[in-house]
Design a binder for this molecule. Structure first.
Ligand code: PLP
Length: 453
């Protein structure tokens, strides 16, 4: 066993480790936190402090921590065959069986899977695939991809370009050519006097305007998360997705549902598009596929696209050394077996999901709480400076950070995106753990209110 306990770990970290999405200057001054153990919905840091992880790591530990059967399955596979690839005419049994299993949860409509190691690689994969598809069917000019402001699709060059976060574009001269953005369905902040339904239609119709502007003959695909995650758990109004599907069909544009967060039970359905009742042409996945036990992602591919890839393209010149990695694939298979056997999707749909909706809604009597959108186990609490006008505080990031830090001090992990507090707990969270989460958040909101009066 490797020993991970030198007493000067923080100094080693500061000397050698650049963390993702972290202000390293500040972090090195304060010292990073080391997480050393997890069980169920809880994790412990290296000082022994226990936290309820209401964010499932990074939206990913769907079956919770401490599942020894996943570790054992990966261990056995590593002993038998730690690695082989799926390039040039071979594969391994776990990769094949995992593709079949994933397709089965789409009712076979997304019939094929291309494996990657992450959601970002899945983004790069469908991006190329969409262009390859259109060229193969005789529309080589269809190359542009439309995405949304404040969307998130990963950190690779294509991922960060498609993502709609300005502060990411500013680093690395992004977006790359061929990527365009339209608005997001964030009614609370941007809906003005419109009803949510009217606003949903309005922002969906931005897609039509953008397609007409670019020329449908130049547009390959539109991508969106069924519910925007990193952007703040932006749940679209009910009018949004039907209108988007109508538009992509009318102009013959591929619809890509980024299921990296919303896949594998998070919304109380196997996939987010099923919750909203539409069928995508391509759908990147990762996170809950293995509950984060080993890195694995992929792109689910509709029959329409798969048929062209197989019959017209033949060889898609794309792939990763670890595409379909056998140990990651068995970890994913065991993870999906647990989700099925324990009925976690149904549990989210019928039990803890509706319970979280109500628990978050109970915070609406708080003077700082605007809206509490929540579907399945993906929810948010919008902090507001004025409930009546939906006015926001001047420095939303500071507000969210203050509330998040208060929760952290009190043993609760939530994420803050600006002034929205985000929940995405493991699917095994109990009702009493949801109560505890909401109570801790209420105290943090009280502390915020008291600090401003
Ligand atoms: N797509 C969505 C919707 C995500 O939330 C993420 C990560 O949070 C990604 C893609 C990128 O996934 P990864 O971090 O595995 O590259």
């Amino acid at each position: 066993m490797t020993e991970f306990a030198p007493s000067n770990l923080a100094a080693i970290d500061a000397a050698h480790h650049i963390h993702p999405f972290s202000d390293m200057h500040k972090l090195n001054a304060s010292g990073t936190r080391f997480i050393s153990r997890g069980e169920g919905v809880h994790i412990w840091d290296s000082t022994g402090k226990k936290y309820l992880d209401a964010f499932a790591g990074l939206w990913c530990v769907n079956v919770g921590y401490g599942r020894t059967s996943i570790a054992e399955a990966a261990f056995r596979q590593m002993q038998e065959l730690p690695y082989y690839n799926s390039f040039f005419g071979t594969t391994t049994p776990p990769a094949t069986l995992l593709a079949q299993k994933i397709a089965s949860h789409t009712g076979g409509r997304l019939s094929h899977v291309f494996f990657t190691n992450s959601g970002s690689e899945a983004t790069d994969t469908w991006f190329r695939m969409a262009r390859v598809y259109w060229k193969a069917v005789g529309h080589p000019l269809k190359t542009m991809v439309i995405a949304r402001t404040n969307g998130y699709h990963g950190s690779t060059v294509a991922g960060a370009s498609l993502g709609g976060m300005k502060w990411m574009h500013e680093q690395g001269n992004l977006p790359i050519a061929g990527v365009q953005h339209i608005g997001q369905p964030y009614w609370y902040a941007e809906g003005g006097d419109l009803t949510p339904e009217a606003f949903g239609l309005k922002v969906a119709q931005e897609l039509e305007a953008k397609i007409l502007d670019l020329g449908a003959e130049n547009v390959a695909a539109f991508v969106a998360e069924p519910i925007q995650g990193a952007g703040g758990v932006i749940v679209p109004p009910s009018t949004y997705w039907p209108e988007i599907r109508r538009i992509t069909e009318k102009y013959n544009i591929l619809l890509v549902a980024d299921e990296v967060i919303t896949g594998f039970g998070r919304l109380g359905s196997w996939f987010g598009h099923q919750h909203f009742g539409f069928e995508p042409d391509l759908a990147p996945i990762a996170k809950g596929l293995s509950s984060g036990y080993l890195p694995i992602g992929g792109v689910m591919i509709s029959e329409r696209v798969a048929k062209v890839l197989i019959e017209e393209v033949g060889d898609f010149h794309h792939g990763f050394t670890y595409s379909g990695h056998p140990a990651a694939a068995v970890a994913a298979l065991e993870n999906l077996r647990i989700i099925e056997e324990e009925g976690l999707v149904e549990r989210v749909r019928d039990d803890v999901g509706p319970y979280l909706v109500q628990a978050l809604a109970s915070l609406r009597d708080h003077e700082l709480v605007g809206e509490t959108p929540s579907v399945g186990l993906m929810g948010a609490v919008q902090i507001t400076a004025d409930k009546a006008t939906r006015r926001r505080f001047d420095k939303p990031d500071d507000i969210g950070t203050q509330v998040r830090n208060h929760c952290l001090d009190n043993g609760l992990i939530l994420r803050a995106t600006g002034d929205r507090m985000l929940f995405s707990p493991p699917l095994i969270i109990s009702r009493s753990e949801i109560d505890q989460t909401v109570e801790t958040l209420r105290h943090a909101l009280d502390a915020l209110r008291d600090s401003r009066t």
